[in-house]
Design a protein around this ligand. Structure first.
Ligand code: HEC
Ligand code: HEC
Length: 441
């Protein structure tokens, strides 16, 4: 392809230069090219070879198949995914019977909720990120305090402000509803007899609620382990469902596909001139792809981008606290309920703990469908993409820690082009529609 591109370039340059009135014999001599045209790199269809490589790396077609999660032996089990889908949409899995995962991760909103701060049985302190494509993430939550998708799912279920209940409460639902008991037992082990409420109280777990916590502490270690194993299986089933929720190809991907096929007509239908200019800024002078790279537009890292603090009194420490929690979590890759061998847990074992750069650093979110998932940032600090881009352009000083940003000094026109480009990352999910609603019972 290289030589084909080179050939095309010289032809194109020759035509271009001739049409500018440059004498024919100089047109093919690279040393006399106008200085604005890079001489080291060939340009084809408007892009240099290294830019084409960068565009290809962002293209959805470059997304590898989802690797198995060694910590979740049921991650690719269809029956587990069906059970997980049932739980994901079931409001009975909450203290007030009104909250499910889908309350805050709504399929119609690309699995977000449209709020700055999410509302469950109470008010949370963060904004709900999408779950689309997150199965590829090594870390979960804005501060990366969990190291697997299944252990992530267990967090909201026992959070006092999200689902608000606890693990024995959930185990009893599985045990007592035949619609859950049968599929659960077909996938995992038979459920033990949980009917003795003096051993397995209605409400017990290591949660904020004092009564439920006291009840949990009064249980024998063996009974606690029995319940925690059932609870871990709930997480593994939910993760199996979430692993299927993937983005679909967007106009940006059509553009790159056309470029790779050297189909100029298709390139022009895929994106407008402004969108292309925005894309050029994104991978160029605006330096967005420093962090938003790869086919999901995230490097899976954590950065402090100096977003205003949501709560002056208690600035969010972000990753520096999250990493500590991930390493200590009872459901992490190295612990009892994980299906991974120690060698599969390198991320968690060698997690980098210290470092100024982790203070108030947050997970780099995907930008796929970002135009559809306002508001933005870990606490929904910005209500529009215009506000986000204004922030990047100014790169203010951070409240705490060190910012990874530098002012961009882009013009209003350039910011509008960048925003136009972000809209080209929207597309329907590449998901069987049956997965976007509660399963038919
Ligand atoms: C009350 C609203 C609410 C409910 C209910 C809720 N979530 Fe979330 N979810 C959030 C918020 C807010 C965050 C970010 C929290 C943080 O980072 O501290 C989040 C984060 C996540 C993430 C991490 C995404 C990433 O990129 O790291 C996943 C995955 C997720 N939730 C799945 C679930 C599942 C599965 C359930 C049900 C068991 C659930 N959520 C229930 C609001 C909610
Ligand atoms: C140094 C790394 C870095 C660079 C460079 C960077 N981002 Fe980000 N981006 C992040 C992080 C981290 C967040 C989340 C920050 C937070 O919530 O505190 C984020 C959040 C966003 C969001 C909000 C997404 C959401 O779902 O809330 C958008 C939009 C965005 N970035 C676009 C851009 C654009 C456009 C550029 C280039 C002008 C850019 N980013 C440059 C790291 C970066």
């Amino acid at each position: 392809m290289k030589t084909k591109i080179r050939g095309a370039i010289f032809l194109w340059l020759a035509v271009l230069l001739m049409s500018c009135g440059v004498p024919e014999e100089t047109a093919v001599t690279p040393t006399t090219l106008p200085t604005a045209v890079p001489t080291a790199e060939a340009v084809t269809l408007g892009w240099t070879e290294s830019e084409i490589a960068a565009l290809k790396s962002l293209w959805l077609g470059s997304l590898p198949d989802l690797p198995p999660d060694p910590a979740n032996a049921y991650g690719d089990n269809p029956a587990a995914a069906a059970l997980g889908q049932q739980i994901f949409f079931d409001t009975r899995f909450s203290s007030n019977g009104q909250v499910s995962c889908a309350t805050c991760h709504q399929p119609d909103l690309f699995f977000t909720d449209g709020l700055s701060l999410s509302q469950g049985v109470g008010q949370t302190g963060r904004s709900a990120p999408t779950i689309v494509g997150t199965a590829y993430s090594p870390w979960f939550f804005w501060d990366g305090r969990r190291d697997s998708q299944w252990s992530q799912a267990l967090g909201p279920l026992e959070s006092a402000v999200e689902h608000g209940a606890n693990r024995t409460f959930y185990a009893h639902i599985l045990d007592e509803d035949p619609g859950y008991r049968a599929p659960y037992e077909a996938i995992f082990d038979p459920l033990p007899d949980l009917s003795d409420r003096s051993r397995f109280p209605d409400s017990a777990g290591p949660v904020e609620d004092e009564a439920a916590r006291a009840a949990w502490e009064a249980m024998t270690p063996a009974d606690r382990e029995t319940i925690s194993r059932i609870y871990a299986n709930v997480g593994k089933a939910i993760a199996a469902y979430e692993r299927q929720i993937m983005p679909g190809p967007a106009p940006f991907d059509d553009y790159v596909a056309a470029l790779l096929n050297e189909d100029e007509a298709a390139m022009q239908t895929a994106l407008t001139a402004d969108e292309i200019a925005g894309l050029r800024l994104f991978i160029g002078t605006a330096r967005c792809s420093r962090c938003h790279n790869g086919p999901l537009f995230t490097n899976n890292g954590f950065h402090n981008v100096a977003v205003p603090v949501a709560e002056e009194a208690a600035p969010d420490m972000g990753r520096i606290k999250g990493i500590q929690e991930a390493v200590e979590n009872e459901f992490n890759c190295l612990n009892l309920y994980s299906d991974a061998g120690k060698d599969d847990c390198a991320e968690t074992r060698y997690a980098k703990m210290m470092g100024q750069e982790l203070i108030s650093a947050f997970k780099v979110p995907t930008l796929r469908n970002v135009a559809e998932t306002a508001p933005y940032m870990h606490a929904g600090q910005f209500i529009s993409l215009t506000e986000v881009l204004d922030h990047y352009n100014r790169a203010p000083a951070p409240a705490i820690g060190h910012s990874d940003l530098m002012p961009l000094n882009l013009s209003d026109g350039e910011l509008a082009q960048l925003e136009a480009f972000l809209h080209t990352l929207s597309s329907p999910l590449a998901v069987d529609p049956a997965l976007l609603a509660p399963p038919e019972s």
